[in-house]
Design a protein around this ligand. Sequence first.
Ligand SMILES: Cc1ncc(COP(=O)(O)O)c(C=O)c1O
Length: 427
Amino acid sequence: MDEWSSFDTISKGKGIWLIDSKGNKIIDAVGSMWCNVWGHSNSQLVKAITKQTKQIQHSSLFNLTNEPVEKLAKNLIKISPGMNKVFYSDNGSSAMEIAIKMALQYWKNIDQTNKTQIATVENGYHGDTFGAMSVGYVPEFFGKFKKQLFSTIQFPVPNKYRIPKGFTFLDYQNDCLEKIERRFSKKDDIAAFIMESGAQMAGGVIIYPKDFQRKISKLCKKYNILFVLDEIATGFGRLGSMVQYQEQKSVPDIVAYGKMLTGGYLTMAATLANKKVFDSFSGEFNDCKHLFHGHTYTGNPIAAAVANENIQMYKKYNLIKKIQKTSKIFSKYYEEILDIDIVGDIRHKGMLMGIELVSNKKKKKPIKTKKSINKIFFEEGKKQGIYLRTLGNIVMLVPPLSIQENELEMLLSRTIKTIQAAKSKII
Ligand SMILES: Cc1ncc(COP(=O)(O)O)c(C=O)c1O
């Protein structure tokens, strides 16, 4: 992209701060792409990495196993009600590819060959690989590959900010759910329904209304469709609970974690399956029911060791309770942010806030600029000492989960100054 002639070099990190090679400090307002939990250079996490590095750095999960991954599987099963087995990978997109393959193969394994379609929601996002792009089709990101993607059945998600004319928000939700049930009941060809758990992140920070996810989960059970949840960005406390599907009272068959799994320090993801799904993959070698999938770094012991330490720290420091308390700070700033004339809406849950920029508050028209909004906000944010990255017309605040109250106050007031400064560059 021509507008980026050079990049600042980050050489160090301390807590919520990123420090560049010239010594400038900026707040990591996006938690280094939504994954940082304890801030940078946390001594306990670094120690866990160092300790494991001295033992075994990498050993394959093909025909072998290692202690950290065995322990991690137990930890993950413990925090994930209904889940029975763990399949490791090294990034969220792969974890979702695995979820898709598991869901499709499940029906083949049990000889139900009619179930071949994937249902999903509009503007979901599950990563940048081809399967993930197919099930998480965001037109702005993936339009160029549309012809190469496999087709899915997409349903709308109710967005409180854009309720269709003549509908109440409740009508709108019911309408979305009715559309799903109508299609489910029409033909028994759907293998799985795939969605982000609790909220859509990259698709515009759309937080689902209460009961939306639970009702989809119930419909999946009613129509014998696997329910697959992506908790890569929304689980592990981001929305204020360890496991978002539990808060949503929904019951997945397959669930994926990533990002915050290692505290945001190393690359690892996991796809968990319930017993029903797992059992369908067992059989004699010649039955060929196993899942043909594996990456070189699947089950890396250093990543698993830091993930174990991370999970242990959630408990030790009561992180979920702390997030629930600290995240109340966001609401103190709602009014001030909404008062800015280019801000149309704010959507907040837990340690996530999306600020939607519009050119006309009444018409709710998304702001469009010649230079990218991301570049404008990056530059203005840097002047205020924050690292911001926008997605389309949404300013995303996704800080390290353990951010302190005073630090969050600082981040929010600096964000307000950034939006005000950016305004003159936009209008
Ligand atoms: C909900 C969701 N799923 C999957 C992914 C893909 O994860 P990764 O970037 O680790 O491949 C992301 C990344 O932002 C995400 O937000």
